[in-house]
Design a protein around this ligand. Structure first.
Ligand code: SF4
Length: 283
């Protein structure tokens, strides 16, 4: 136990040193009055990223955007964001249809290779919201508000795909109509221990689902979740349904697998298992 605490203290020290190592472009963007948009899911990585940004970016240049996933996300995401931020403008955006509606309409689940769930439910609505914010601000005469730094909490440690991501880059596709847009992953190099240490150092706690065994936030039952998280989510859905926006969510996923004749998870060692087979929790 003592060794764990010492490790966290050491890691936090490294993290604080790392804070000085902002991308070379960021101090200039701050000085030019760029709008820094915090993509906040309500999860631990978003929370730690916000805390880091708050140390470097003036409050007037910070806005928070949350993509509300509705029935498929854990309850209390917006409340948690509000409780752990300092009153910066919070924009909550939603996709035209929920993930479950998307699966019903398409007759299939998204896959890690074709993750239109991420683009349809998160990236698309968030980028539309950022464009709307910049349009409104520019209409008020704030020229500098066309300058955007879109901050996301992906970390290299999470997956080989995320490890390959560039932590800071100009977005040519979004730099249109008077906008100059950059994408930044401020905590890309951080470990999970550093994330939790940053939250603790700020005197905050992550959302309650982490203390109940979940390692990831966002969709309660993610197509890319570990078996551990799926089992934990299924158990919580049964034992503490109030933690979910939709208390019947687990049954709905299992029902959709049966109705579509598909399973939501990729095969493991060539075997395709249904959600209830993976979790061992009857629906
Ligand atoms: S959390 Fe998982 S299922 Fe939900 S949108 Fe992201 S990748 Fe898709």
């Amino acid at each position: 136990m003592r060794r764990d605490l010492m490790t966290m203290e050491l890691d936090l020290g490294d993290r604080q040193k790392d804070m000085g190592g902002l991308p070379a472009e960021v101090p200039d963007l701050i000085a030019r009055g760029a709008l820094f948009v915090v993509n906040h899911s309500g999860g631990k990585d978003s929370q730690a990223m916000y805390l880091l940004l708050r140390q470097h970016v003036p409050a007037a240049q910070l806005v928070i955007v949350h993509a509300d996933l509705g029935p498929v996300e854990w309850a209390g995401a917006v409340e948690h964001i509000t409780a752990t931020t300092a009153g910066e403008p919070l924009h909550v955006c939603r996709a035209r249809r929920t993930l479950l509606q998307m699966i019903e309409e398409r007759g299939m689940f998204p896959s890690p290779q074709q993750r239109q769930c991420t683009s349809d439910l998160k990236r698309g609505p968030i980028e539309r919201t950022i464009r709307a914010i910049t349009r409104e601000r520019q209409a008020l005469g704030f020229e500098a508000w066309g300058l955007v730094v879109n901050c996301m909490g992906m970390r290299a440690q999470e997956s080989p795909g995320r490890k390959k991501l560039t932590s800071f880059k100009h977005s040519a596709s979004n730099s249109k109509a008077g906008r100059e847009w950059y994408d930044w992953l401020p905590i890309h190099s951080w470990s999970e221990v550093e994330v939790f240490a940053a939250i603790a150092a700020a005197g905050q706690r992550p959302h309650v689902i982490y203390s109940l065994g979940m390692t990831r936030f966002s969709c309660c039952f993610c197509i890319m979740a570990s078996e551990h998280d799926l089992r934990t989510a299924a158990r919580l859905a049964t034992e503490r349904p109030g933690l979910l926006n939709d208390p019947d969510l687990y049954s709905k996923y299992v029902g959709l697998e049966r109705a579509t004749g598909q399973v939501m998870l990729m095969p493991k060692n060539g075997v395709r298992l249904s959600l209830d087979q993976v979790t061992g929790v009857p629906a």
